[in-house]
Design a binder for this molecule. Structure first.
Ligand code: SF4
Ligand code: SF4
Length: 237
């Protein structure tokens, strides 16, 4: 079975939010839209976002780092959000592995949001319907688009190519080869959800960082990078 997914490179994500805004723009103009923005310029703004980038400070100077952590629905292979849905609105599509919501069946009870351990569901308070990342289901199979445009909006918008898209069940796909070669990992696999999206770990800051011999970041250890990544994931829960 095909399983479409994102592979996100934490080494090159610069937290620019291009993926967030392109996601919002595309999905607001699609069948999910308009995605709500409530009091956007007031003290207590809220809104519906399928994709968020969370930024963390980690470590202590001179080994401090800023970690940008994009997070959206992970299109789990064992999605706990699906069986809890009382109306069958939440489902996993057989042909491409996407986890989707049928808005006509959703009653806004939020059971799925409680069941998702990653906080990936977004209730649209204006419509009282549950929404989430669809991996741009309405464009990735759209034959009216050129083949290079049949990718999620976030992937096309990312200026550093931090986001790859493809079938993780095809061992020859770019995403599968990248996961294999770069040690791609799943978010909190101990929950048994088998997330399809993978993250590529940050390498030693000194290897891929500023390249300055004088900078203290070059002495950072891989242990601290792993520790920082774990901290970021814990923060994302
Ligand atoms: Fe469901 Fe959450 Fe997994 Fe997405 S990340 S498939 S919403 S459990
Ligand atoms: Fe199903 Fe909608 Fe309730 Fe989620 S909020 S469990 S999709 S009916």
């Amino acid at each position: 079975m095909t399983q479409l997914a994102l592979v996100i490179d934490l080494n090159v994500c610069v937290g620019c939010q291009a993926c967030v805004t392109s996601c919002k723009e595309w999905n607001t103009s699609g069948e999910a839209g308009s995605l709500a923005d409530v009091h956007p310029y007031d003290a207590d703004p809220s809104g519906t976002f399928f994709n968020r980038v969370q930024t963390y400070e980690s470590g202590v100077f001179p080994h401090a780092e800023t970690i940008h952590f994009p997070k959206s629905c992970l299109h789990c292979e064992e999605p706990p959000c699906v069986p809890v849905c009382p109306t069958g609105a939440s489902y996993k599509r057989k042909e491409d592995g996407l986890v989707l919501v049928d808005y006509d069946k959703c009653i806004g009870c939020k059971y799925c949001a409680w069941a998702c351990p990653y906080g990936a569901r977004e209730i649209d308070e204006a419509r009282k319907e549950m929404t989430k990342c669809t991996l741009c289901a309405d464009r990735i199979h759209n034959e009216a688009l050129s083949e290079r445009d049949r990718k999620p909006a976030c992937v096309l918008a990312c200026p550093t190519s931090a986001r790859l898209f493809g079938d993780i069940h095809d061992p020859e796909s770019e995403v599968s080869r990248t996961i294999h070669e770069r040690g791609g990992y799943q978010l909190m696999p101990e929950w048994g959800t088998r997330p399809s999206n993978h993250y590529l770990p940050r390498s030693k800051t000194g290897e891929a960082g500023c390249a300055s011999e004088a900078c203290a970041c070059r002495s950072q250890t891989s242990e601290s990078s792993t520790h920082d990544r774990r901290e970021a994931m814990e923060g994302a829960r």
